[in-house]
Design a protein around this ligand. Structure first.
Ligand code: NAD
Length: 518
């Protein structure tokens, strides 16, 4: 059963309140076993219900995991080319429905259609296409162990994957996990984030015609019951979690107790360091992209600690502020909007409390107060870009992940000192180095403790790159072939004793020509 595609984003909003979505378990569209539902609220229109989704509990998790377990033998036994074909067919459908997915994700995440939602729905399709392409790369190796030995490895799927998603860019993160797990021969149970589940349910609908029942199962529910039950389920063979460091620790403890493989993509507080030779508009633009202001700063990789060299501090900051003042804060579905709404009242209050703390302090300056940039007529959870200047790296706002449009600017003079400050963080996800002297830039890149460093760009993420953090930002890599191999397969070693026989005399050739190969 498929939900009819809406013909405009506003039609989707108007009809949404009456729409009941279903989860996907074992190829069926289902409600929660105990009949519970939860409303999905619009971030951009306070009090507007976008639809309601089942609130799954442990019984639903059990059902989904059993469906995935039942589908596993058939799916893993397929030749890789068959899985490749299915994923490519899904990718084609995702491209065909990209605009609809963009509307939907703009509606439930609050991320602006033009700047965020459209690129995200494209990235989702790109990820399905990429992992389809590498599905045949799940290869083993042969060891040179002597002529009486055949020693080789094969990479096997880990089994049933339990995947947990956050709300900030649900389609992209689903795209990091689902096609990678499926390409390698696993089956999967995905738990969508409670605040932004709609696109993940729609994704399941679009995948369904191309996959055997039970290969992909999607649940909606809360972390404490649905998420926790998934991590703890004895038939889940691998946990792939993206979310906060705080919850990642809880998930990690449960997975550790069960001794199942785990990957954690967690939070960040990424440094963005500008050298004196880079006081130009292109760098300003890059720094703002790195900060992900167009996703309201709700990005794990946001370059939210901006380190400016003293020689260019005032000039660069003026340019940053001038550029941010031009940003349009508005309805995510409006094409003119650069920055949409924050996800939830809880998140809005959290970010607002950080902003309030910054405004009260005497030792920092408010270089830009985003509140002034929010049009009075907007009725959603909007906060404009806010910049605190002349901060100290030890300040709470420079150390904690705010996950909102708040940037803290810190002066520096000495290279060792700024790299020490960059590394003085419990996180290590991303970093941005802005320096036209590549020797310096690459030396800095080598010294920064993070899983990903970008030099002279803020948005260079390509499908297939290695992606993941160090320290409190996580364990493991996704988004890439090596991430798929390490995260979603394990190696089996097979050692065979051979009995080599003496060579037999050669027979005369039959004269036949082998036409089976080029
Ligand atoms: P969150 O940790 O609150 O929730 C993430 C998911 O975990 C949700 O689906 C939630 O329902 C579930 N969950 C909550 N408690 C659980 C439990 N006890 N057991 C199992 N699951 C549970 O994070 P969020 O607020 O949804 O997302 C924002 C956070 O995600 C930020 O910290 C951000 O940095 C991080 N994030 C990281 C990456 C990355 O790739 N490193 C990407 C996006 C977001």
């Amino acid at each position: 059963m498929s939900v009819d595609a809406p013909t405009s984003p506003h039609q989707m909003l108007d009809e949404g309140a009456s729409r009941e979505w279903r989860m996907c378990i074992g190829g069926e569209r289902v409600e929660a076993a105990d009949g519970r539902w939860t409303d999905v609220m619009s971030p951009s229109r306070r009090g507007t219900v976008l639809g309601r989704v089942p609130r799954a509990g442990a019984a639903d998790v059990d059902r989904a995991v059993k469906a995935a377990r039942a589908a596993l033998p058939g799916w893993r036994a397929l030749p890789a080319t068959a899985r490749q074909k299915a994923l490519l067919a899904i990718a084609e459908d995702l491209y065909a429905h990209a605009e609809e997915l963009a509307w939907l994700t703009a509606s439930d995440t609050g991320n602006a259609l033009r700047t965020q939602a459209r690129p995200e729905s494209q990235t989702l399709a790109n990820l399905f296409r990429y992992f389809a392409g590498v599905a045949t790369e799940v290869k083993g190796v042969v060891l040179p162990a002597g002529e009486d030995q055949l020693q080789y490895t094969i990479r096997e799927p880990v089994g049933v994957v339990g995947a947990i998603l956050p709300w900030n860019s649900p389609l992209m993160i689903a795209g990091m996990k689902i096609p990678a797990a499926l390409a390698a021969g696993n089956t999967i149970v995905v738990k969508a984030a409670e605040d932004a589940p709609l696109t993940i349910l729609r994704l399941a609908e679009l995948c369904a015609p191309h996959l055997p029942a039970g290969v992909l199962n999607v649940l909606t529910g809360f972390g404490e019951d649905c998420g926790a039950a998934l991590v703890a389920h004895p038939q889940v063979d691998k946990v792939s979690f993206t979310g906060s460091t705080e919850v990642g620790r809880i998930v990690g403890a449960v997975a550790g107790e069960r001794l199942v493989p785990l990957s954690l993509e967690l939070g960040g507080k990424s440094p963005s360091i500008v050298w004196p030779d880079s006081c130009d508009d292109a760098t300003v633009e890059g720094v703002l992209t790195a900060m992900r202001f167009t996703r309201q700063g709700q990005s794990c990789t946001a370059g939210s600690r901006l380190f400016l060299h003293e020689d260019i501090y005032d000039d660069f900051l003026d340019r940053v502020v001038a550029r941010l003042e031009q940003m349009v804060v508005g309805d995510p579905l409006d094409e003119a909007t650069d920055m949409g709404a924050l996800i939830s009242q809880e998140q809005f209050d959290r970010v607002s409390s950080y902003v309030a703390e910054g405004k009260q302090r005497d030792d920092v300056t408010v270089a830009l107060d985003g509140a002034r940039q929010v049009p009075a007529e907007l009725e959603g959870l909007y906060l404009g870009p806010t910049v605190f200047s002349r901060a100290d790296n030890s300040w709470r706002l420079a150390q904690e992940e705010i996950f909102g449009p708040v940037m803290v600017v810190i002066p520096w003079r000495d290279e060792d000192e700024v790299l020490a400050m960059a590394n003085d963080s419990s996180y290590g996800l991303a970093a941005f180095v802005w320096c036209h002297d590549l020797d310096r830039a690459l030396t800095a890149a080598a010294r920064i403790e993070s899983g990903w460093v970008q030099v002279n760009q803020g948005g260079g993420q390509v499908v297939g790159q290695s992606y993941g953090g160090v320290k409190g930002s996580g364990i493991g890599r996704e988004f890439s072939l090596e991430g798929m191999l390490e995260g979603f397969t394990h190696i089996k070693q097979i050692n065979v004793k051979l009995s080599p026989r003496p060579a037999e005399p050669r027979e005369a050739t039959s004269g036949k020509t082998d036409v089976g190969a080029p």
